[in-house]
Design a binder for this molecule. Structure first.
Ligand SMILES: Cc1cc2nc3c(=O)[nH]c(=O)nc-3n(C[C@H](O)[C@H](O)[C@H](O)COP(=O)(O)O)c2cc1C
Length: 177
């Protein structure tokens, strides 16, 4: 594939999806392409989908739903998105567990329902636990609703479940396709 311009749009609440998107942008550039990395804080943030050749969209799940600005961004740019090769990454903690995969898939399916987008390819990505970022209520939700009382936190209340190799392989395949 010749040098192409890849737009990487992400929404991240505690920072893990931002890390993933940043690594993807580095990988794209190392493969000799251009990467435009954009944080979708606001769906009106003037992100130009039309002038890119391919698009990667990444968002994370909180209380079973991806960031609303990302939903709005996809809805507002649906026609342009669907006209280009595209890849969607859905980051959640459920994706980290064998018995959570169906739930992780259900968040992605809900995103497709809300936005009307059917990505060409979707990767469910395991996120991270970062207790230092949570207030008391977030901690309760993560422990009892998301983790269902699994005791998996590492030292300092942090644990990264992201399978970086799987992300990198998927991006390689996307670039090669
Ligand atoms: C308040 C809160 C709610 C969450 N809700 C869910 C959820 O419903 N399902 C899930 O699988 N993960 C859930 N998570 C886990 C996040 O998806 C995970 O921590 C992810 O890495 C966050 O990505 P980000 O740092 O890019 O925002 C939740 C995390 C927090 C803090």
């Amino acid at each position: 594939m010749n040098n192409v311009n890849i737009l990487v749009v992400y929404a991240s609440t505690e920072g893990q999806t931002r890390r993933i998107a940043e690594r993807i942008a580095i990988q794209v550039r190392e493969a000799g392409h251009q990467a435009e990395l954009r944080n979708c804080i606001d769906w009106q943030s003037n992100i130009d989908v039309d002038s890119s050749d391919r698009v990667i969209v990444a968002g994370s799940v909180h209380e079973k739903r991806h960031q609303r600005p990302l939903e709005m961004f996809v809805m507002a740019n649906l026609a342009h998105l669907q006209a280009k090769p595209n890849l969607f990454l859905s980051v959640s903690l459920s994706a980290a567990f064998e018995d959570g995969k169906a739930e992780a898939q259900s968040y992605a399916d809900a995103f497709f329902d809300y936005t009307g987008w059917t990505p060409a390819q979707t990767l469910l990505v395991a996120g991270a636990l970062r207790y230092e970022e949570y207030d008391y209520f977030m901690e309760q939700i993560v422990d009892h609703v998301v983790l269902k009382d699994r005791d998996v936190a590492g030292q300092n209340g942090e644990r990264e479940f992201t399978d970086w190799d799987a992300v990198s392989r998927t991006v390689d395949a996307f670039l090669a396709s």
